[in-house]
Design a protein around this ligand. Structure first.
Ligand SMILES: [Ca+2]
Length: 195
C-alpha cells in the first residue's frame, strides 16, 4: 500500500466536524506492515498530522506537515487504551513546523529510525519527544531542534531497557533521574556532535 501525494488542507474542516473521530488525524494508518507514506502535504489545524498505530517496517518520507494543533507525528495513539507498537519504520526527510506541542511525539515505539527530518519551528522548539514507552530508536540529522529522550522501554522483553540512540546536532535532554523526585526536570545538554 502506498499513501502518496495527498494534500490535506484547511478545506477539509467541514468534513472533520462531521466526523469527529477521523478528524483527529489527517493521515491515520493502522495495522499495516511495509507501506510507504510519502510526499503528502498536510496543513491546517488537524490534531495530529500523521498518526500511525501498529505500523511496522514502513517508510514515512518527504511529508510536509504544518500547523497541527498538537503533534506533527504521533505514534500509537488510540482511544480506549488499545495497545500496539510502532516498530522498525523509517521516518526520513519529513518536515513539521508550527505544531502546538512537538514535531514528533513517539510513544510505544521501538527500533524506528528518524533521519534527516526538519523539525524546526514547532512550539518551544520541541522537535522530537521519545517518551518512556520507547526504546531502541535511532535519531539522526541536524535539523531536529530539541530532542527529549525519556526512553526506558524493554523492546525485546529480555529484562533490560533498550535505550534510544540520539546523534546529530541536536539539543538532547534526558529526564531527571527517578530518585530526585523534583518538580523541575534536570536538563543535561550535550554538545552537538557531527554525524
Ligand atoms: Ca531489552
Amino acid at each position: 500500500m502506498t499513501t502518496a501525494g495527498l494534500t490535506l488542507g484547511p478545506g477539509a474542516t467541514r468534513k472533520r466536524k462531521e466526523d469527529s473521530h477521523a478528524s483527529q488525524r489527517a493521515i491515520r494508518v493502522f495495522d499495516a506492515d511495509n507501506v510507504m507514506i510519502a510526499d503528502n502535504v498536510v496543513s491546517g489545524p488537524w490534531r495530529n498530522g500523521f498518526s500511525p498505530f501498529r505500523l511496522a517496517n514502513s517508510q514515512i518520507q518527504r511529508n510536509q506537515i504544518t500547523g497541527p494543533v498538537v503533534d506533527g507525528v504521533r505514534t500509537s495513539s488510540a482511544g480506549g487504551g488499545a495497545l500496539g507498537q510502532v516498530v522498525r519504520n523509517l521516518f526520513s526527510s519529513n518536515r513539521v513546523a508550527g505544531a502546538g506541542r512537538a514535531g514528533v511525539f513517539a510513544q510505544r515505539a521501538c527500533a524506528n529510525q528518524f533521519a534527516s527530518n526538519d523539525l524546526r519551528g514547532n512550539a518551544a522548539d520541541l522537535g522530537l519527544v521519545l517518551n518512556d514507552s520507547t526504546g531502541a530508536n535511532v535519531v539522526a540529522g541536524v535539523e531536529n531542534a530539541v530532542v527529549v529522550d525519556n526512553g526506558a522501554f524493554d523492546c525485546d522483553d529480555d529484562g533490560r531497557t533498550d535505550p534510544n540512540i540520539i546523534t546529530g546536532g541536536v539539543t538532547h535532554r534526558q529526564p531527571a533521574p527517578p530518585d530526585t523526585g523534583g518538580a523541575a526536570p534536570a536538563r543535561r545538554q550535550r554538545v552537538p556532535q557531527p554525524l
